[in-house]
Write a protein that binds this ligand. Structure first.
Ligand code: AMP
Length: 400
């Protein structure tokens, strides 16, 4: 249910159709599918016309040699027939981003139409958050729905700035955005305890703000993946050739000290699967994470770490997970991530709320077929990361 009156209104909907397109065809339609409940609900609630806005890629960063737009590569045209097939209704592609031609197409479309305008990022004013561009879009409808969680951390013309042209009775989140926001808030605002955050992935530097924000909220912070080795080295360990950010060693120690002071249980992997090369068929051995031999690199958490981490996860009532425990793309180093995904699924069965958000942990949970066994898998990598960091979310605050 969309909480505002849309009956007989032309409704502008900002969706996230930033999908991969290969040889003129959509190759992964997860994001298109995610927008369908909102579109159908608006039609069920009596909307007259649906006008969809989305960006696709970064067309202004990849212009043709003569400075023109690479329309063939960045047009949203292939998305219209794909959406039409999924939703079982015609979808009219409008090859204009904004302006009189777009207005004419909307005006001439019969009631009940679904229209998709061309890539919002074909206009330089989109990423600059230009008022004039947003104003042109605002003319196309009487109601604005923001369902593009993936760009909610940006103040672009087609999301936050466009929202400024509508009052509270004429703008709302779409259903996807509602779910994303509610899930993040469940974790961030008075989570049921114990609350365990699982953080992994390659670099500490990408996750500093996240760790700092969670230090004020979580009971346990589990650190795995490549980033764990910077912590190991900072604590005096030998990490061989494992991933390490030398300039973040002091920061890692500070975070450990802060965690202690705040009574947060910061868990690092005691053991690791080390490899003699960053390769799927490398030689491997089980080692203590603080005694990795020279020339070897930790590419996955070991069995003892799996047990410690899983025990903490299974005893939790709120879980948030961002980043894999190892190089899960290579089967030899996927076990830790798989076992952690299973622990999250088990905790969810026992009644915990689990949110998987941000980039590669989402890919990992999908790869392991456990996406249905966690409470929520976020569709917005960077946006969810920013939200969990406690950063600004203009796409959300502009709706209210
Ligand atoms: P991120 O985007 O920061 O979540 O990082 C995800 C990437 O981190 C994945 O591609 C993993 O392969 C990689 N990764 C995880 N663990 C390690 C590790 N121990 N060493 C190197 N890369 C890792």
């Amino acid at each position: 249910m969309i909480k505002i009156d849309v009956k007989d209104k032309d409704v502008l909907v900002r969706v996230d159709f930033n999908v991969p397109i290969k040889e003129g065809k959509v190759s992964d339609d997860t994001r298109i599918k995610a927008a369908i409940p909102t579109i159908n609900t608006l039609l069920d609630q009596g909307a007259r016309k649906i006008i969809l806005l989305s960006h696709l890629g970064r067309p202004l960063k990849a212009l043709n040699e003569d400075g023109s737009l690479n329309v063939a590569k960045f047009s949203l045209a292939p998305v219209a027939p794909h959406l039409a097939a999924l939703i079982g209704k015609p979808v009219l592609f409008v090859p204009y981003v904004s302006g009189p031609e777009a207005e004419k197409a909307v005006a001439e479309a019969p009631s009940g139409s679904i229209l998709l305008l061309e890539n919002t990022r074909f206009e330089a004013g989109e990423e600059k958050g230009k008022q004039e561009l947003a104003e042109k879009w605002a003319k196309l409808g009487q109601v604005f729905i923001n369902d593009a969680f993936g760009t909610a951390h940006r103040a672009h013309a087609s999301n936050a700035i466009l929202a400024g042209f509508f009052d509270a009775a004429h703008k709302s989140f779409g259903l996807l955005m509602q779910k994303e926001v509610e899930s993040a808030q469940k974790v961030l605002n008075q989570p049921e305890r114990p609350f365990t955050a699982i953080l992994g992935g390659a670099k500490v530097s990408d996750k500093i703000l996240l760790i700092e924000n969670l230090l004020d909220k979580a009971d346990n912070i589990i650190i795995g993946g490549g980033m764990a080795y910077t912590f190991m080295k900072a604590q005096g360990g030998k990490i061989g050739s494992s991933l390490c950010e030398e300039e973040k060693l002091d920061l890692a120690n500070e975070l450990v000290t802060k965690a202690k002071a705040k009574g947060v249980n910061l868990l690092l992997p005691v053991d690791s699967i080390a490899a003699d090369a960053f390769a799927a068929d490398a030689k491997t051995q089980l080692v203590m994470s603080n005694q990795i031999p020279d020339g070897w690199l930790g590419l996955d958490i070991g069995p003892e770490a799996v047990v410690t981490f899983s025990d903490a996860i299974k005893a939790s009532k709120t879980i948030c997970w961002n980043g894999p425990m190892g190089v899960f793309e290579m089967p030899a180093f996927a076990n830790g991530t798989k076992k952690i995904a299973e622990a999250v699924a088990a905790a969810t069965k026992l009644g915990a709320f689990s949110l998987v958000g941000g980039g590669d942990s989402v890919a990992a949970v999908n790869q392991m077929g456990l996406d249905d066994e966690v409470s929520y898998v976020s569709t917005g990598g960077g946006a969810m990361l920013t939200m969990l960091e406690g950063g600004d979310m203009p796409g959300i605050s502009s709706i209210g």
